[in-house]
Design a protein around this ligand. Structure first.
Ligand code: FAD
Length: 805
């Protein structure tokens, strides 16, 4: 092995091989793959090789499409067969709820340019004659499904990479990693040490261990997974074409043809983790003992739904482990706080996702940006709270639910409550129905006294609809109280603080005692954050941003910190807060502080250090609801005192608690965008309508060079607001927007505006259509509903209410 390389990719499974190929293809040919055994000797060799484009996140679905379409390319580039079988697939629904799920998936596929179709049971039976029609109500047909040969694919990636100049070293184990002072890595192997500029952890079953070599805890866990091969099936033998891929959601099984029989796999409810703490290094090309009892319940359903399977009997059972992240999506990207240490692990569907993962990671390493919307796969979506034990609970839950519906309003119970604030029990006593965001419990809505605090999960309006409406009206009519500890908050101080922030953020910094809204851009001029910036004076600033993006933002901040002069701190558990909003908010604040909060002393966008409820507090006059509002932050040990004081003082002002669902409704009425919905790293601030917060004239800042021509050229697409003629279902996000019979855009978020009585959706459409007179439709649960484009927000368009004096 050579002594130096630009990249050391650790792991020769399908993922590491794909990363190596994409790096070499992007020109980084001085890359080396190091594999402890033969290629594929982790989870890859015993995979069933199935592939499809179905994923809860549309952007991941798109990368799955890329992966499937890549196989011909790597076959040609390597001369190695991938054993490609594109058979098409049928995903079967046994219940109306499952049909909803398939209709939503089909609609999403439409705006991604994926070609899927809802079909009847009869049509499904024609495509897949083994099914017993009595058990199904409909299906989704997807022409882009099939399977490949796992070893063929891995070797094709590796050979194609080698042809481009990259190296592959088998039977070489990385035993430790050491960061060198210049930011490169000593990659120590049992065959010598390689100095590499970058390290990629594609360790698959050993990703945790390769993480630990650099002091990183990766939230991944392997689960045992079984599939079986049936004996000969006469219908299969007689079929003139290869049998389709099938998913039977009710049976929780997947199937494809294998020889003259079928291969049946299942994600059983009683899933079992493997090597929970440490993966043995001597595990290689091994299988685990089969346990048919565990999968018997799924098989019984399968045999009922497809009687020919039972008649054929079982010829062989495969049980092997593979890894998952807590939410089932891959973990990719750079690790916060480490220079040039990248991960590509937790890939549970290597043959659907491996190509996309390799491409995104290679883009990121070579060009500084993944080039796609990979928010759902970014390793930074988990913070340090995502421990091994958390991953264990969540991965088990995810595995057991692999083929179950995750409703848009559904909160999964495992590993909860994990992070709570002191006010949690008080809110619970008030009937709060909680969600978990970035591991933190927060109130979604409040169930009326005497009713069970539980939300019915559905694609339509739930039992929360009525109570959320009351919460919204209380905010617009009196005053509402919302815990805002889910917002991320950072303190930046020091002699270099102002200059650093000015170079980091796109807007001008606020004067002392003021707030400003500011996007943050990457070098390509795309949105990587939207913040409220507070200038507390004396070189001290606070940033308030999206809670779920804390790790993501810290990774960016820290990578751009100067060596001295700026102290940055995430205030996560130190300062907690509440928002009060509504016409009575000022009166409420005045009752709990001795400071002057009159409109003259405390105008819109002011930021003050006040004494509130006898506590030292920072208060900003700002509101995401569109009403007169304040955000109040106090030291964590004062949170209960602040809460009790506000509740007591607000009683006769009509104070009512509200939660995230009401906040969503209120901000939709104002057409306010939200991080991870309207604002994501693929949009420019001009597309997102944030032009007035980008101060190109202020001087240098990150992203300015790209944003300047983008502004001159004008946005190609625009964020717009629609009112939908919806019945009992609102848009939730990712629905296609049609115009004159063609899909032209997509919804980013939607919901019911309780105070305007309309169903609202925000979404992106081509700029050329942003002033079209009509002709729009939004597809909700398979039905195209008329959508009216709005020229301005539905509620208080001039913004008088939040600015009121
Ligand atoms: C029974 C079963 C059926 C499956 N069916 C499908 C399917 O139908 N479709 C699908 O898409 N996916 C399927 N999968 C999942 C698929 O196998 C995984 O998604 C895929 O293998 C992940 O690949 P990987 O490269 O991340 O990990 P791995 O295959 O585990 O590769 C990691 C590699 O890194 C090497 N390594 C680790 N540490 C070191 C070190 N320190 N030094 C050197 N080398 C190291 C290991 O030896 C290993 O070869 C199935 C899995 C199982 C178990």
């Amino acid at each position: 092995m050579k002594s130096h390389a630009r990249v050391a990719v650790i792991g020769g499974g399908v993922v590491g091989a794909s990363v190596l190929y994409h790096l070499a293809k992007a020109g980084w040919t001085d890359s080396v793959l190091i594999e402890r055994d033969e290629l594929t000797s982790g989870s890859t060799w015993h995979a069933a090789g199935g592939m499809h484009t179905l994923n809860g996140d549309p952007n991941v679905a798109k990368l799955q499409e890329y992966t499937i379409r890549l196989y011909e390319e790597i076959e040609t580039a390597s001369g190695q067969s991938c054993g490609i079988h594109i058979t098409g697939g049928v995903d079967l629904a046994g219940t109306p709820e499952r049909m909803d799920f398939l209709k939503v998936a089909c609609a999403r596929a439409r705006y991604l340019g994926l070609d899927m179709e809802i079909i009847t049971v009869d049509e499904a039976a024609k495509l897949f004659p083994l099914l017993d029609k009595r058990h199904f109500v409909g299906a989704l047909y997807n022409p882009l499904e099939g399977h490949v040969d796992p070893a063929g694919v891995t070797n094709a990636y590796a050979k194609a990479a080698r042809n481009l100049g990259a190296e592959v070293h088998r039977f070489t184990r990385v035993t430790s990693l050491a960061a060198r002072p210049d930011g490169t890595w000593d990659v120590v192997t049992d065959k010598g040490t390689l100095v590499a500029e970058h390290v990629v952890n594609a360790g698959g079953l050993w990703a945790r261990e390769v993480g630990r070599m650099a002091g990183v805890t990766l939230p991944v866990l392997a689960m045992e997974h079984q599939y079986l091969i049936t004996g000969e099936i006469p219908e299969v033998v007689a079929s003139p074409t290869e049998m389709l891929h099938v998913i039977d959601f009710e049976g929780e099984i997947y199937m494809r043809q294998e020889g003259r029989g079928m291969l049946i796999g299942t994600y059983e409810k009683a899933g079992v983790p493997w090597a929970e703490r440490e993966t043995p290094w001597n595990f290689t090309h091994e299988l685990l003992a089969p346990d048919l009892d565990r999968i018997a319940p799924s098989l019984e359903v399968g045999f009922r739904h497809f009687p020919a399977l039972e008649r054929a009997g079982i010829k062989r059972v495969i049980n092997g482990p593979f890894t998952f992240a807590p939410d089932g999506n891959p973990l990719i990207g750079p690790i916060r706080g480490l220079r040039n240490y990248w991960v590509a692990c937790g890939v549970m569907a290597g043959f659907s996702q491996g190509g996309g993962v390799g491409l995104a990671l290679a883009n990121w390493m070579v060009h500084g940006d993944p080039g796609f919307d990979i928010w759902a796969m970014d390793v930074a979506r988990f913070g340090d709270w995502a421990t091994g034990a958390y991953a264990n609970a969540k991965v088990r839950e995810n595995y057991s639910r692999r083929f179950r519906i995750r409703f848009p309003n559904e909160e999964l119970p495992a590993a909860r409550p994990l992070r709570t604030t002191p006010v949690y029990e008080r809110l619970k006593a008030r009937g709060a129905v909680f969600g978990a965001a970035y591991g933190l419990e927060h109130a979604l809505w409040f169930a009326p006294i005497g009713t069970e605090p539980r939300e019915d999960v559905t694609y339509r309006r739930s039992n929360a609809h009525g109570p959320v409406g009351h919460e919204c009206r209380a905010v617009r009519g009196a005053v509402g109280l919302l815990e805002i500890s889910t917002f991320a908050r950072y303190e930046i101080r020091g002699p270099g603080a102002a200059a650093w922030l000015d170079g980091l953020l796109a807007n001008r910094l606020p004067r002392e005692g003021r707030l400003a809204l500011s996007p943050m851009l990457n070098d390509n001029g795309r949105l990587i954050g939207d913040f409220t910036v507070a200038n507390a004076g004396g070189g001290r600033y606070f940033l308030f941003g999206s809670g779920i993006a804390e790790q993501y933002h810290l990774r960016w901040f820290e990578a751009h910190l100067p060596p001295s002069g700026v102290a940055l701190r995430a205030l996560r558990n130190e300062w907690l807060g509440f928002a009060i909003a509504g016409p009575n908010a000022r009166a409420l604040l005045a009752r709990v502080t001795r400071d002057d909060v009159s409109a003259a002393a405390f105008p819109f966008l002011a930021f003050r250090a006040l004494e509130v409820a006898m506590l030292p507090a920072f208060v900003g006059r700002i509101s995401f609801t569109g009403e007169l509002g304040y955000e109040i932050w106090v030291p964590a040990d004062g949170q209960l005192a602040l809460y009790d004081t506000l509740c007591e003082a607000g009683g006769d002002l009509g104070l009512r608690h509200f939660g995230a669902r009401a906040l969503n409704s209120l901000r939709l009425e104002k057409s306010f965008g939200n991080w991870a919905r309207e604002y994501r790293p693929v949009y420019t601030p001009f597309e997102a309508g944030l032009d007035r917060f980008v101060a190109l004239a202020k001087g240098e800042f990150i992203g300015r060079a790209a944003a300047t021509p983008a502004r001159e050229a004008g946005p190609g697409r625009r964020l717009v607001t629609f009112v939908i003629g919806a019945a009992l279902a609102d848009a939730i996000g990712d629905e296609p927007v049609w115009h004159d019979g063609k899909v032209v855009g997509w919804v980013t978020s939607g919901g019911f505006g309780h105070c305007v009585g309309r169903s609202i959706a925000l979404g992106y459409i081509p700029a050329a259509l942003a002033h079209a007179a009509g002709g729009f439709e939004i597809e909700i649960l398979g039905e195209r509903r008329t959508a009216a484009l709005l020229a301005e927000p539905l509620y208080d368009s001039p913004g008088d209410r939040m600015r009121q004096s």
